[in-house]
Design a binder for this molecule. Structure first.
Ligand code: PMP
Length: 398
């Protein structure tokens, strides 16, 4: 049965982690990861989460099956965070939300559901994008195309290229749009840019699928929702995949959600019934623990305030690492201008380092980054940043 089976290619980022773990150097630094590390270089367990878990443990709740669409109080908290507590869409019942196995699961649920609709069968993803977008939508039966996004010359957005490519797609194509903190570049659209994208989506009848995996890592929970809120105000039907992996430091708990915006409450009910069918035929119903904890934190004012405070500290720590990195590179006389790094958003930076420079960082200094030059700014701290900037200067010249 398996004699002709080929070895599947290794996931490039997980492969990088394996190489990092096998490296015997004690001063090695892993900037290739996609997780937030605190100042001590550890994945934090947030206090709000630990408190909610204690409460949950004391309650000794039974573990019956959840409804197919998940914990109801979780879904309503997700909706408020995405659309705003006073959203007219929520008041009118236009949004339905299903708990999912992380943000990845939300993308797959949406992809499978959209396949049953009248779409072009084409999905467009940004160039570059989170590497799983292409694989996931290909596996779900779509033809995947790129749209221009990142301009290496300016280290910013190629808005004209993006709009031209979205325009050239067949009508009713699915557009995967990073709502904030673009992975891997850290380059986001401004509200004015979003307005142009929304007008194009409407004219071409494209199906917008907003992927928001880093809400709260850019400028704040409300600020980072601007794209979602603008789409909500447009009156369009659209999809949102969201995740608490990063904002709750909850990676392994797999807590995400798929939200769908419809035109009427009746339509929304029918949409949810179909999303539930996708869930039922895949894994029947979601797990209890993670979403219950997130729901407890978001729906308990003191815990919510505690979580927001912790998230703000994480966000500010990343910002301060961006500033320190740029300052040190400048002070150390780096030939390349890295000042664009402070304008990027979220956990990542497309550092502008070439594949060769990244390879030298690994071989000569034990500093691991993705070959595209993506570095995780959240993996920098006061203990390792000096060594990192020394090494960058060494490989990029003075
Ligand atoms: N979308 C983007 C843009 C991401 O970066 C990630 C996680 N790296 C995901 C979705 C998936 O998130 P999760 O780990 O919650 O499945």
């Amino acid at each position: 049965l398996f004699s002709a089976i080929e070895l599947a290619p290794r996931d490039p980022i997980l492969g990088l982690n394996e190489a990092f773990n096998a490296d015997p150097r004690t001063d090695k630094v892993n900037l290739g990861v996609g997780v937030y590390f605190n100042e001590a270089g550890k994945i934090p367990l947030m206090k709000a989460v630990a408190t909610a878990e204690q409460l949950h443990q004391q309650a000794q709740a039974a573990r019956g099956y959840l409804p197919i669409e998940g914990v109801p109080s979780y879904s309503s908290a997700v909706q408020k965070q995405l659309f705003g507590a006073d959203s007219g869409l929520l008041a009118k019942g236009l949004v339905v939300t299903a708990q999912s196995i992380g943000g990845t699961g939300a993308l797959k649920l949406g992809a499978d559901f959209i396949r049953t609709l009248d779409s072009s069968g084409v999905v467009a993803i940004s160039n570059p994008s989170w590497e799983n977008h292409r694989a996931l939508f290909t596996a779900a039966g779509y033809q995947v195309q790129d749209y221009r996004y990142y301009d290496p010359a300016s280290h910013g957005l190629d808005l004209a290229g993006m709009l031209a490519d979205l325009e050239a797609l067949p009508e009713r194509s699915v557009l995967v749009l990073h709502a904030c903190c673009h992975n891997p570049t850290g380059v986001d659209l401004t509200p004015a840019d979003w307005a142009q994208v929304i007008a194009l989506v409407e004219r071409k009848q494209h199906i917008a699928f907003l992927d928001i995996a880093y809400q709260g890592f850019g400028d704040g929970i409300e600020e980072d929702a601007v794209a979602v809120r603008m789409f909500a105000d447009s009156g369009l039907n659209f999809f949102v995949s969201s995740s608490f992996s990063k904002s709750f430091s909850f990676y392994g708990e797999r807590v995400g959600a798929l939200s769908v915006v419809s035109s009427s409450a009746q339509e929304a009910e029918r949409v949810l019934s179909q999303v539930k069918r996708v869930i039922r035929t895949n894994y029947s119903n979601p797990p209890t623990h993670g979403a219950t904890i997130v729901s407890t934190v978001l729906n308990t004012p003191e815990l919510n305030a505690m979580w927001q405070q912790e998230l703000a500290e994480m966000r500010n720590r990343i910002k301060s690492m961006r500033e320190l990195m740029v300052q040190q590179l400048k002070d150390k006389g780096a030939r390349q201008d890295f000042s664009f790094v402070t304008g990027q958003c979220g956990m990542f930076s497309y550092s502008g380092l070439s594949a060769d420079q990244v390879e030298r960082l690994r071989a000569e200094f034990g500093i691991y980054a993705v070959s595209t030059g993506r570095i995780c700014v959240a993996a920098l701290n006061l203990n390792n940043i000096n060594a990192v900037t020394d090494a960058i200067v060494a490989v990029s010249g003075t």
